[in-house]
Design a protein around this ligand. Structure first.
Ligand SMILES: C[S@@+](CC[C@H](N)C(=O)[O-])C[C@H]1O[C@@H](n2cnc3c(N)ncnc32)[C@H](O)[C@@H]1O
Length: 261
């Protein structure tokens, strides 16, 4: 199943990268996402891992803010796009091949793990979250953004019509522009994806708890916060996104250091 999922992402990598570049060209959109992540990350400069970076958008936006960013994806096609985009934007980011469910990094090696539009498409989200928990240092955070890509459309006639109109209005090269949806995959894989039938973000909060996080919370992100004008028309037909965050408990030594301060 995972191979088929990653093949689909590789096939979509060039068109997806074009959409990402459109977003990077929009100051409104770039600043919107930078503010959203900064609010969740808190002040300071951090060592950040972007999981499922795709063409690199979150990695770029955080590197522009001065964070030290490493980014992984399992799709070679996406990594090729990400590396080309990094040259284009003049940003120094380490892009590596890596599986969200089995990360190629030691324990506690990052301050913060971020991820956008990825968890819905991994076969075993609980395994992924426990991996993200493993690589974050005690006191560090996992912050991810996702959406209800299947249910938003299935539950709303007018959103489906809006999507159809948006797709009609854009060139074929941009057609596969959405972050997700089971329709991108075969019926068999779409049906097997956990997110197709999930109650999100309620289920995310539950999974974050099982993975061992503390201070777990979620916030709704209105599409209006990151999209306007034609970008809103083309990409805004979802109900919006949700951001989930949680903190890894501080280890005993760190607690002791804090107690003395
Ligand atoms: C919808 S794209 C999101 C890309 C980017 N994060 C963004 O915000 O636009 C989903 C990405 O997740 C990647 N992905 C899916 N499953 C993965 C896995 N198991 N490990 C690493 N990356 C994965 C895909 O290759 C794809 O690049």
């Amino acid at each position: 199943m995972k191979d088929e999922i990653i093949d689909v992402w590789s096939q979509r990598s060039q068109s997806y990268s074009k959409v990402v570049q459109g977003g990077m060209a929009s100051t409104y959109e770039s600043r919107g996402w930078q503010e959203i992540f900064t609010e969740a990350m808190g002040p300071g400069k951090h060592k950040v891992l972007d999981v499922g970076t795709g063409p690199g958008v979150v990695a770029f936006l955080l590197a522009q803010l001065g964070h030290e960013v490493t980014a992984v994806d399992l799709s070679e096609g996406m990594l090729t796009e990400a590396r080309q985009n990094a040259v284009k934007y003049g940003l120094d980011i380490r892009f590596e091949k890596g599986d969200a469910e089995n990360l190629p990094f030691p324990d506690c090696s990052y301050d913060i793990v971020v991820s956008k539009y990825v968890l819905w498409t991994v076969p075993d989200p609980e395994k992924a979250l426990s991996e993200w928990h493993r690589v974050v240092r005690p006191g560090g955070k996992v912050i991810y953004v996702d959406g209800n890509w299947t249910t938003d459309l299935e539950s709303s006639w007018w959103r489906r019509r809006w999507r159809d109109a948006a797709r009609l209005s854009i060139a074929f090269s941009e057609r596969h522009h959405s972050p997700g949806g089971r329709k991108d995959f075969s019926d068999r894989v779409g049906e097997m994806l956990w997110s197709t039938h999930a109650d999100r973000p309620a289920q995310d909060l539950d999974m974050m708890g099982k993975a061992g996080f503390e201070n777990i919370s979620t916030v709704h992100i209105s599409n209006r916060r990151v999209l306007k004008g034609m970008r809103y028309f083309k990409h805004g037909y979802w109900k919006g996104n949700f951001l989930v965050s949680g903190t890894k408990a501080s280890g005993p030594s760190e607690k002791r250091m804090g107690e003395g301060q």
